[in-house]
Structure formats: structure tokens, C-alpha cells
Design a protein around this ligand. Sequence first.
Ligand code: A3P
Ligand code: MG
Ligand code: MG
Length: 383
Amino acid sequence: LSHDFHGGISASDPMPCSPPQTLSTRRQLYERDFPLYQRPVEIGCFSLDMKRRFFNDARQLRYYVEPEHHPNFSLRDGYRDRYVKRDDGVKERIDHILRWILANRSKLRPSETAAASSPPRVLGVEFVTWRGHLTKLLTTPYETREGWLLAVTRLHGTLYVSEVETEAARQERQTRTARHQEMMYWGYKFEQYTCAATAGGRPDQGGVVNTNEAFCTVVRTQLASHRLLFSGEVDCRDPHPSAPPAPFCYLELKTSAEICTPKQRSNFHRYKLLKWWAQSFLPGVPRIIAGFRDDDGVVVSVETYETSKISQLIKNEYNCWKPTVCMNFCSEFLSFVKTVVREDNPRVVYLFSWEPHREVSYSIHRDTDHCFLPDWYVKEITS
Ligand code: A3P
Ligand code: MG
Ligand code: MG
């Protein structure tokens, strides 16, 4: 597949009816009006317990507890003796979302009118994926370090999108320094300091941090003409009874190195706030609570960022990222996928790949290890 096109979707293919081969990620191509992005609607949720078992309910949802003004949380506490780490060598792909779909099929049938006017789709959505995969798409026009691989399969008209670990990501995962491994714990420890299991409860700072546990929201929304269903892990909710309904009561928790110099502030705005914004904007999470920590993992301050105000906050940075570029690129990528992925077959995977400074390209895989829709899902959804 060629990489020498500079337009949006390349039109250089000799066959007039065959789909384009590549998609450009150049920012300038996506600087136009912000596309339609429908207010996300929560259509369900699920929980993963301490052993990563699936439950079709909110049992793992936690409640935010505001820290004191100078919290002094030590994020290193418990790393050696009170940490159960999820096995990130186990590839779950989109299985949990598929489980949720099977448990909630009645909520997902297309409405009578939609079913009559468009080809029958089992789910009434065109794309099913993780929020995290969409976050990667949003940040692609600005990413200079890490590429991605996204596997797509069409089944009964719905496009299922599941990430495949790149060789570089696997290498990185298997060669992390001890320091890096410990720092990956810090974010979860901050969650423990700021969350309780019940609305009136207190954080259990002496408890075990188990990263198998998760609460995930499932939302439906529309980006331009694309109807999406995706799920994303949610850290906690506003415990106040008058908080808005989900997903607008949810809060994202983050940790970050404390900012001491103008250069550090600029980098924070350019790189970190882009990722934070993309992650929370997609499911409609309105606020991000950031714990700023020193090099010893002690939280020295806590600040709240309103997701909708982040793009204003960064406007003074020279040549900074723009939400419209992120959303327009994502929308174009989904259009590209729709034109490329024609064969409706659970045994066929279209593998889209991207590396920084390249264009998005794809390859087709039939009956290989890339197949990711499990038999139990295909059987049940087809019946
Ligand atoms: P922080 O990002 O606050 O440090 P999330 O913020 O998405 O809820 O993720 C929770 C925590 O998981 C992160 O907290 C971090 O500690 C860890 N984490 C998530 N993604 C990671 C990644 N790609 N590499 C390393 N750690 C990661
Ligand atoms: Mg989280
Ligand atoms: Mg978080």
C-alpha cells in the first residue's frame, strides 16, 4: 500500500469503484467546522470485579471524596505489599462489551422506523468499540511517538473495532523499568485516596489496590453520520444527590508531575491535556480531578479541570492542538472504515495500521489469529 498521497482520502486507485487505500493524518486537512457530536447517552454499565469477572451492574462504581487542601498523599504507599496488578498480557479485546450487548439486547433493537428505512442492523448502531480506541483516533493528528493497529470486522452491518497491540507497544510493556512500573501504580493509588465504595463512605487508604476492578459506562452517541456505541472505564461519580444524571455526574481522576517551570506548563498543555480532554470529552465526563505529585510520589496539590474549558485554557500555546481537528479526523477515519470494510463476515478482519509521519493503511486477514469476535457472540447474536 502506498504512502505517497497528500490529500485526504487518496483517489489514485485505478479501479473507479474500489475504495481508497490510505487516509492522511495531516492536521491541516481537518481544520474545519466542528462536526456534529451528539450528547452521549448512557444506555447501561457494567463492572469487573477483583478477579476481572463481568457483572451487568454498577457494583464497582465509586464515589468521589474531596481531599483536604494540602493532602500529602503518598502514592508509593502499598506498592510492595497491597497491590494486585491486572495481567496485561491477557488480551480481552472487546469481549466485555460483547457480553454487555448480549445481556442487554432488548435495549438495542433499532426502532421500528429506523429498521424500516435502513438495512436491518441487529444493534441499531454502526460502530462498537472501547472509548480508549476512539481516544487514540482523536489524538492521532498530533501523535508523534506511538502508532496503532485497529482490527475491524463487519457483522450484520455493525462494525466492531478492537485494538491489536503493536510490536513496539509489546516491547515497551515487557521492558519497563522498575521505576516506570511503580509509577503506573501511582494513578490507582490516587484513586484509592479519593474514592469511597458508598455515597457517604470514607476512602480506605489502607486497603489493597486491585487493578482488575473496574466500572464501565456504555454510551450511545453520533459523530457526524456515524452512530456509535462505546464503553469506557469511569473512575468515580459525584456523590451529591443533586448531581446530574450519568454520564454527566462522572469524574475522571488523574495524576501528573507537579508543574514548576513555564516549559513544564507548556508541555502539560500540549500533550497531557490533549489526552485528558479526548478521553473525557467522548463519554461526556464533565470534570477531571488532577493530583499533582512530586518526584517521590507525594501529591502536593489537587485541581479540577472542566472538560469543556480545556480548549480555552490551551489557546495561548503556540501551534497547539485543536478539538475540531481531533473530531474531524476521527469522523473521516470512520467513513474510511465504512467504505473499506465491505465483507460482512466474522472470520474476516480488516487491520488498519498507522505509524507517526505515515498515512493510515490497511490489510485484510481471513481466518487468522486476528479474528476477534468469539463464537459464543456470533452464535447468540445471529440467533
Ligand atoms: P494516571 O493517568 O492518573 O496517572 P485512567 O487515568 O485512564 O483512569 O488510568 C488510571 C491509571 O492507570 C493511570 O493513572 C496510570 O497510573 C495507569 N495507566 C493508565 N494507562 C496507562 C498507560 N498507558 N501506561 C501506564 N500507566 C497507565
Ligand atoms: Mg480510570
Ligand atoms: Mg483516571
